[in-house]
Design a protein around this ligand. Structure first.
Ligand code: GSH
Length: 113
């Protein structure tokens, strides 16, 4: 909905070109993330734009469309605010929950660019 408000200058990323094996590594690294969000949230749109600019796939969990995601976010993340990035840990229960759109975007760029 609002995703196109944010252009490439705002994400700070140009076009990211990868070889097949680099893309595989980036996709593998991205698989440990999922983004709790909802469509009309402008802060979420900013993070979705960063994800697209990074040219990776991150599972999107819409808390409005699926109340189980909202409940998981509240219980395990600690609050219902979106966007929130779930970072899977080595073992179940070791995941981390990162709130704040600017912190999430900065973290994803650092990890995946
Ligand atoms: N400063 C935060 C603002 C996030 C925010 O205000 N999210 C709203 C939706 S746009 C929200 O989740 N409100 C409900 C809640 O906090 O439970 C960010 O940049 O991520």
């Amino acid at each position: 909905m609002f995703d196109d408000w944010f252009n490439d200058k705002q994400t700070g990323l140009g076009e990211i070109l990868r070889t097949d094996s680099e893309q595989k590594s980036a996709d593998k690294a991205a698989a440990k993330f999922s983004l709790y969000h909802y469509e009309s949230c402008v802060f979420c749109a900013r993070v979705r734009k960063t994800i697209r600019a990074l040219n990776v796939t991150i599972e999107l969990r819409d808390v409005m469309k699926d109340r189980a995601h909202l409940s998981t976010l509240a219980t395990l993340g600690g609050k219902t605010t979106v966007p929130c990035l779930r970072i899977a840990g080595e073992a179940p229960g070791e995941e981390k929950w990162l709130y704040e759109s600017s912190d999430i975007s900065e973290y994803l760029i650092k990890e995946l660019k």
